[in-house]
Design a protein around this ligand. Sequence first.
Ligand SMILES: Nc1ncnc2c1ncn2[C@@H]1O[C@H](COP(=O)(O)OP(=O)(O)OP(=O)(O)O)[C@@H](O)[C@H]1O
Ligand SMILES: [Mg+2]
Length: 575
Amino acid sequence: MIRIDSTAVRWLVPYFGRARGAWALAIVATIIASATEPLVPALLKPLLDRGFQGDGIPLWMVPATLLLIFAVRGTAGFLADLALAKITQDGLKLLRQDMFARLLDARLSLFREQNATALSNTVVFEVQNGATLLVNSVIALLKDSVSLIALLAYLVYLNWQLTLIVFLIVPGVALLIRTVSRRLYRIARSTQTATNDLAYVVEENVLAARVVRLHGSQAVQADRFAGLSGSLRRLAMKTAVAQASITPLTHMLAALALSIVISIALWQSREGITVGTFASFITAMLMLIAPIKRLSEVASPISRGLAAVQRAIDLIEKTPPESGGDHAPGRARGRIELQDVGVRYREDGPPALDGVTLAIEPGQVVALVGPSGSGKTTLANLLPRFVLPTSGRVLLDGHDVAQWRLDALRRQFALVSQDVVMFNDTLAANIAMGGEVDARRLAECVTAANLQDLVAALPEGLQTVTGHNAMALSGGQRQRLAIARALYKDAPVLILDEATSALDTVSERLVQEALQHLMVGRTTLIIAHRLSTIEHADRVVVLDEGRLVEQGSHAELLARGGLYARLHALQFASA
Ligand SMILES: Nc1ncnc2c1ncn2[C@@H]1O[C@H](COP(=O)(O)OP(=O)(O)OP(=O)(O)O)[C@@H](O)[C@H]1O
Ligand SMILES: [Mg+2]
């Protein structure tokens, strides 16, 4: 009756089809519960026909039978519910883990295409709703179909001619469902998008609470929110209309059949239908309405469930994982080479890097300078393959970074990036980042990053939990924490992207000294706007609009009088 996308169902089987035992229990229990449904009207027949006569059935039998029927049906229902919960929760756990695993290895472009709210909604809520709806619908479908068949069989047994009329209902209901379920599926997909958009506005406003207040843009944000809530409301109303129309329409069809049956039955009664038979027939027939109604409504949860699960399928199936090679030596020596590298973020935009050729020998300290937007961060991101070159090659130790196994490649780099991100965990965990925790090395890195005073002042020291993105720390403290994290990683290549920009002159000097020690024996790429911090570099590379415009030592570049000399003159004139 309902058009179900079979690929989606087949895809779900490994997750929700594993618990064979639970499915067997759920199915058997459901069949028992629904097949016994006609027993109640069946009980009416002897009760009415013989129960009210003197020599009828013994008094105790009616309550005893009733209790027995309900005990059996109750137990079966209980077991079916438990089995269902197990199927749903077991499958959900597997599915969620797979989705999260994909988030961990997805090509990084995923995070440019989808925002955090949409992704977390999919992983946390949508699969849960979808899976629960689908598994419950499968069992509801079974339960109501069996009830329907059992009740119909009983009706045929009682009086087959009358039962023919009941069959009038079925094709009408089927037609109704097909029309409505298609519509509901479409609305459900739009509803998800609208829900994500709404959640996204909330998330943005939580992050930007201060900016919004300072700029007095509450009204704009409120309008934005109202607009999106409005579309969500419209979609919900459309769903409600579609859903609400099913019940009265189904009921009208049922009432039509019922009235015909009653008329005929009354007319036939002259030919010897007993009161008991008639009462049982009508009761069983009225009991048909409930499963028919539920069967007609099962279209809605199935549509919504499929729409929700489709997002999970898209995430796992359509998001390519990052690809890497299989070159995996131990520790790299740290020779970096860029051969005519170009990077374009958008096909129609200007290149972020254009024909950059550069070689950095192991242990060299190279400073990367240039105006904002000249491509410094892009160049640094090429090395651990956070950005892929559009043309040219990037090599580490003579091997294209694309040939390296990703984990082996990334083990070679420690990075302090422009935007520091911290986990809501202890300081120690944020520094060690899942690596083994060595208390002595931890203390060394903390001291080297000039964080020892902060740690000493905290009641729980390194075991203090930092809170959401370590917001309780100052900008400079967060940056020093990021430096400690990079130091702890002890990688052969160090990339410092504005690593000391948030520090005051005194702590910058201290951290610089620490970094100076750290750079010994490591290839280091320093990106800094404050040119005073890079005077010790072996070589300075100057980028402008994505092109390498000059390179040489600090003194050479000053003498040449090019872009570097101009930038330097500007800074020291204003200082
Ligand atoms: N994810 C991205 N998508 C599209 N364009 C980007 C992206 N990241 C950077 N760009 C663009 O690429 C160019 C180089 O950016 P990049 O971040 O490398 O500059 P930068 O030299 O590090 O600048 P800054 O000194 O301000 O940090 C810029 O024009 C920027 O707008
Ligand atoms: Mg940058």
